[in-house]
Design a protein around this ligand. Structure first.
Ligand code: NAP
Length: 523
């Protein structure tokens, strides 16, 4: 480090940098600066992605005004070339010229990719570093590989921060990145991230493993890298500023997982109950990859969703008898000895909302469907003394559950002869389709109708049930109560289920509103 850069870098000591740097893009300089203005109050670390502008140099006078007015903001200038995955089409010389001018305009850090830097004369880089800290960066858009070799090449060039970005194609790639950060962050100031949907966990856990900071987008539509989260998600949902070595890691694993609402409600519950934990979406393409990741990170608790609820059973060290009977596990606990224990909380998701309304013992309840969710409902309700009937499109699976759970089966033709306390829809009929219903209006004779589907929040079945005079229990309640039980198993604390219900209801309403806007655009 030169004497000239010393002063500078002292101000940027890694520990003093905020953990989240927000990437700012815009269609023109005015739009970019307007966004930065809006962010500046709550975000003191911004990256100006100059390469996103058609003429980056035109933004420099506005950046100067911005940095003068917002002296509390740390600004990074990035003008990445196309060859390194950016959008700047100019030469390396013009890239360096723009970065030098950005420094003169008040940016305290510049990002320069290894590809350009390795062709620069040492004098050119030294000049940049007299007034700014240099982030030397390398992006691999295909894989997370050769991290040590890449770092070795990078440290041959003097820089203040070394940023290595890979692409995760498995969950284990995140583990590779974290081990690399743990090993090397004592020697160099590193930023390590995995791009891609499978790499999202590295964006939170990377800072725990030694990454000086991570990047975030302003909004979903302004991501500068695949898998990037928004600043709101990183700060409010995942509470990245509080993640530390003692933070316990939890997650929801499945394929697909991107639209899961579990992270929103579980992190809200942890925040409310001041649990030092973070709950992440784990996009597991295979069970083998998931299990390797669970042991390596290590993860304390997992929610298991489609398609692994049954397949995971044979990989667990133990399950309770209720879960074994159902043949599906949606909750895993990793004990201190490393053993994995499985539970099924879908039954609690059905039983608890009903308990709040009726006496289950002796109640006459019809379950539509004979899949995993129906099994959880049937066993849970039978254990509480309900009189359970099962109606399924294919009679075989219904008869099998009925035999083992001591429930009864029903033919659709006989439905009209019965009145129920509760009818539960445990089929996917009506999911994502507002025109489908598992029953016709004249077949709904019940005090309560409980639809397990929560997207859309109001199904056709629910509407018909209301019209038929039944009280409706939405699927969001099952979703919340199965999650609440998971929370209790993992933390030993009562779950704030009313807060969880508020969060999921709001998220579903926002999703429905967004879908309406998108559908109207398509028309
Ligand atoms: P699953 O194992 O695939 O079982 C689906 C069941 O629905 C089967 O019995 C199937 O009958 C029946 N079915 C499928 N399509 C049908 C159709 N077009 N007409 C009539 N019956 C049909 O699914 P699952 O895991 O049990 O999940 C069932 C539903 O519950 C899903 O919508 C899921 O999203 C929801 N769920 C919600 C929560 C929550 O927290 N709210 C939790 C778990 C599940 P066959 O045997 O004839 O194929």
């Amino acid at each position: 480090m030169t004497a000239a850069s010393n002063n500078f870098v002292a101000r940027l000591r890694p520990l003093r940098l905020p953990r989240v740097c927000v990437a700012v893009i815009g269609s023109d300089p005015a739009a970019m600066i307007e966004k930065a203005e809006n962010l500046a109050r709550d975000n003191t670390f911004l990256e100006f992605r100059l390469d996103y502008l058609p003429k980056p140099a035109l933004a420099l006078p506005k950046i100067r005004q911005f940095t003068q007015y917002h002296s509390h903001v740390m600004a990074v200038a990035t003008c990445r070339r196309v060859a390194a995955g950016g959008k700047f089409r100019g030469s390396a010389a013009s890239q360096l010229d723009i970065l030098a001018k950005a420094v003169a305009a008040g940016c305290q850090l510049v990002d320069l990719e290894l590809q350009t830097a390795s062709h620069c004369k040492p004098e050119q880089l030294r000049r940049l570093r007299t007034q700014a800290a240099l982030i030397l960066s390398y992006h691999d858009f295909r894989a997370t590989r050769k991290l040590d070799e890449t770092l070795e090449k990078m440290v041959a060039i003097s820089a203040d921060f070394y940023k290595i970005v890979g692409t995760a194609t498995t969950l284990s790639d995140n583990v590779t990145m974290m081990k690399f950060l743990e090993k090397n962050s004592g020697l160099h100031s590193l930023i390590g991230i995995c791009m891609g949907e499978q790499g999202v966990i590295s964006r939170v856990l990377g800072v725990r493993a030694g990454s000086v900071f991570t990047f975030a987008a302003v909004s979903d539509d302004e991501k500068t890298a695949s898998g990037q989260m928004t600043t709101q998600e990183l700060r409010s949902t995942y509470r990245i500023e509080q993640v530390d070595a003692a933070t316990r890691v939890y997650g929801v694993a499945g394929d697909p997982i991107a639209h899961s609402l579990s992270p929103a409600i579980m992190n809200a519950a942890m925040r409310r109950e001041t649990v030092n934990g973070v709950y992440l979406p784990l996009h597991a393409k295979t069970l083998k990859d998931l299990l390797a990741c669970v042991r390596d990170i290590p993860i304390h608790g997992l929610s298991i969703t489609m398609p692994y609820k049954s397949a995971i059973l044979s990989h667990l060290d133990n399950t309770d008898s209720h879960t074994a009977k159902i043949g599906a596990c949606n909750t895993v606990v990793r004990a201190q000895d490393g053993n994995l224990y499985g539970f099924n909380t879908d039954s609690a998701g059905v039983v608890r909302p009903l308990e709040l309304r009726i006496t289950i013992e002796g109640a006459k309840i019809l379950v539509l469907g004979a899949g995993g969710a129906a099994r959880a409902a049937v066993y849970g309700l039978k254990e509480r003394g309900a009189e359970v009937y099962i109606l399924n499109r294919t009679p075989g699976p219904a008869q099998k559950i009925a035999r083992s759970a001591r429930a009864r089966t029903l033919k659709r033709a006989d439905l009209k002869k019965h009145t129920f306390d509760v009818i539960i829809n445990a089929t996917p009929v009506g999911m994502g389709n507002p025109r489908e219903s598992p029953l016709n209006e004249n077949e709904i004779k019940a005090r309560y109708v409980f639809d397990m589907i929560y997207d859309p929040p109001e199904t056709r079945f629910m509407k018909m049930a209301r019209a038929a005079g039944a009280e409706v229990i939405p699927g969001a309640e099952m979703f919340v109560h199965q999650a609440a039980r998971q929370f209790e198993i993992w933390t030993g604390k009562p779950a704030p289920w009313d807060e969880m219900l508020r969060v999921v209801t709001k998220a579903l309403e926002e999703r429905a509103a967004k879908n309406t806007v998108e559908n109207s655009k398509k028309k």
